[in-house]
Design a binder for this molecule. Structure first.
Ligand SMILES: Cc1ncc(COP(=O)(O)O)c(C=O)c1O
Length: 436
């Protein structure tokens, strides 16, 4: 192909450079390939194999800074926690620690990874609706900042187990249900998480913890859900928390949840607007002297990552549909199957070619439901092409499995034309390494 400027367009007709779905800095190279952080995705696929999670490192850093800048303009007492369930790997923990973020962990395993990555325990906050004795002891003995209490049984368990004072927050379900998938709403009364306000449980838990010798209640926590596009529910949730607050409340953690653009049709609020609503809400309800915490996951990493696959078969069923099968699927991205999530896709080898062929992108797993993108428009895909799904940076690696004996993909951080593998691909040996 002649060396000339290529302008790739993605669904909705936007150039890739202007797409909110792809990592900042993505472009179509002179060879017509999708380029991410200066790295040719087609070359990376050849070199590292597929599937592979490719991240633009500076994009993640820029999002962390956007959060910090938004807070610094409005508040002096804040803490931004990376919700590490969205991308739990050493390199991500390190990157966000370097950017001055704290971290939330949701299990002993995530705590272990955060500590191993060098996170200061005083910047670690631990969640979980069913923490085990071992996890509670591990967290407390590691010196983490806050244990977020989730149930009456957990309060009892902590009192029985702990002999040193531990700062705690109480997780509250404020009775707010934002418009998002049911599986990722968490703040309604009918939830497995936290203490309800409406049923009086939160008030009783507060009383109980205030009377405790080892648990030091310093604040409240509420996370109402994930992939949320409206801002009003946050204000309502903060007001609901305000009903419970007392003198002891020095910290308010108002969760994560900011939605991201999985496709060109998605228009989430900006990080700035999201922070504004939370800071204003907390100031109005709690006044000065309260530290505000947030814990974003998806909005830090989803759009920073793409997954690169190789097309293995193209099966046309005349008058029905054309299936394009790739070498991954539900083992590297569960979200379409779990929540019916929509993704875009692009043939990375011909990123500037018109997307004029309607296809369905299927995974390689033994499940008919293993469909990554139904009805995608692609530049006519052929066997051997590299196919990329953008906005797969959050909860992909995190939820990956070995279903069908698939080895989990590598995680690759790209920056200024250099790619470094930060999690290696699993091997067949890994698949049997736990067998006894
Ligand atoms: C308690 C808690 N905090 C933070 C998050 C991160 O949410 P998000 O990735 O939507 O920002 C979650 C996600 O489910 C969560 O459950």
């Amino acid at each position: 192909m002649a060396e000339q400027e290529q302008v790739g367009t993605v669904a909705g007709g936007d150039p890739i450079e202007a797409s909110a779905v792809y990592p900042a800095g993505s472009r179509v190279s002179e060879r017509g390939h999708l380029e991410l952080a200066g790295c040719d995705t087609v070359e990376l696929a050849a070199e590292l194999g597929t599937p592979a999670y490719l991240y633009a490192e500076d994009d993640m850093r820029a999002r962390a800074r956007a959060y910090r800048d938004a807070f610094e303009r409005r508040s002096s007492d804040f803490e931004i926690l990376f919700a590490s369930k969205s991308l739990p790997c050493t390199a991500a923990y390190r990157l966000f620690a370097e950017e001055g973020l704290s971290v939330d962990v949701a299990s002993g395993g995530e705590l272990h990874m955060a500590l191993r990555a060098g996170f200061d325990p005083d910047r670690i906050h631990m969640h979980g609706n069913n923490k085990t004795d071992e996890e509670i002891l591990f967290a407390a003995r590691s010196g983490i900042r806050h244990l977020i209490l989730d149930s009456c049984d957990e309060i009892e368990r902590c009192e029985r187990l702990l002999d040193e004072p531990q700062k705690v927050l109480i997780r509250v379900t404020p009775g707010i249900k934002p418009s998002t998938h049911d599986y990722i709403t968490t703040g309604q009364l009918d939830s497995k998480f936290g203490f309800g306000i409406a049923d009086g449980l939160a008030a009783r838990a507060i009383e109980r913890v205030l009377a405790s010798d080892v648990l030091e209640l310093v604040g409240l926590h509420a996370h109402i859900g994930s992939q949320i596009f409206e801002l009003e529910p946050y204000t309502l949730a903060i007001r609901a928390l305000g009903e419970l607050a007392g003198e002891w409340c020095r910290v308010v953690n108002v969760g994560g949840g900011l939605g991201v653009a999985y496709t060109a049709a998605d228009a989430p609020p900006s990080i700035d607007a999201y922070v504004d609503v939370k800071v204003r809400g907390v100031a109005e309800v709690f006044g000065d002297g309260v530290r505000i915490l947030i814990e974003p996951g998806r909005s830090l990493v989803a759009n920073a990552g793409v997954t690169a696959y190789r097309v293995g078969t193209v099966k046309e069923i005349p008058g029905v549909r054309t299936y394009v099968a790739v070498d991954g699927g539900m083992s590297d991205n569960m979200r379409p199957m779990l929540y019916g999530s929509r993704y875009e896709a692009l043939v990375a080898d011909r990123a500037a070619a018109p997307a004029d062929t309607l296809v369905t992108i299927a995974g390689m797993h033994c499940e008919s439901g293993d469909i990554l993108v139904r009805d995608a428009m692609l530049a006519e895909p052929t066997v051997g092409d590299v196919l990329v799904t953008p906005a797969t940076g959050a909860y992909g690696h995190a939820m990956a499995s070995n279903y069908n004996g698939v080895t989990r993909p590598p995680v690759v951080f790209c920056r200024d034309g250099e790619a470094r593998v930060v999690v290696r691909r699993e091997t067949y040996g890994d698949l049997t390494s736990r067998d006894v």
